[in-house]
Ligand binder design. Sequence first.
Ligand code: GLY
Length: 370
Amino acid sequence: MSETVVVGGGAVGCAVARALALEGVVVHLFEEGRPGRKATWAGAGMLSPLGEALDEGPLLDLALRSLRMYPQFVQALEEETGLRLGYRASGKVLVGFDEGEESALRTRAAWGRRHGFGTEWISAGELRTRIPGISEKVRGGLLIPEDHQVENRTLGPALWSAAERAGATMEMERTVSELVCESGRVVGVRLDDGILRHAERVVVAAGAWSGRVPGVPVSVPVRPVRGQIVALRPDACATPLMAASSKVYLVPREDGRLLVGATMEEVGFDERVTAEGVLGMLQGALELLPSLGTAAIEEVWAGLRPATPDGLPVLGPDPEVNDLFYATGHFRNGILLAPVTGNLLRDLILGRTPSTPARPFLPDRFRERT
Ligand code: GLY
């Protein structure tokens, strides 16, 4: 039977595989490494459209749509897999240190309100009642009670397992060595052992590596942007809320750890953690919460975000090669955008009218510019 091949087993690839398999499509997913062990694993699990500084526009709309899908998405995944995804409304506060930062945050609050998103400006005094150890230098903060978080290191395996339960065949540690095309259409993929898997269509969802799958047309310009994160263990809960300054974000986990992230570095496919990266994050964290000086450092890691020239994900069919689709370029928001991406790709592939506008994200926008 002809099938759909998905290349990449991160949150996005698995969400696409699951959404298609739930519709009875025969899906075969190949993941080069372990399930969800790249950007899905390396992220901080924030579901934070305003907090991640998206501009007002199509990406914010997409992110808000996906955020609102999350409760049901998580409930379904937990029921399907028996895993607990640590999904909770921690709320987030974006902290301003000076007048310029306050004014930028108030602008963000206005976009939020226009999109039905509750936000509230809170004074430095009120901020201190919520986060007692916060720096004396803060001017106030934008509180976003609707911001949630999810345990991304469980989300990856849960999505993998849910896609499998829905009927997709999932293979890890299996490298796609080439997309095979004939007469302007993709006809399958060649695997590392030389075997050709015929496919009716192929979805490339390989994150930062999407442009490096041999045979992928150069028209999909996805590049890696490294993010380093430090996990601290403070003596006591340092902040019940997620918090962010212009330099770092802090994400309190249920297990008592506090994640401090993340660098933004254009260093190619270099996944190392560096002294400079860790130093910068620790400085930013202590500037926000000086009491973190005594926290233990538990873990450091780095991941590669898939970035695009216009900051928007690449979702939909290749403009030149028939039956080749992309679900990539999610940059800082792959976890947040996984549910909406799964549904959008499903609709585009099955020829349905997508419930989410696809136009701004279609891959042909890169061709139109050249
Ligand atoms: N979404 C968090 C990050 O990319 O650092």
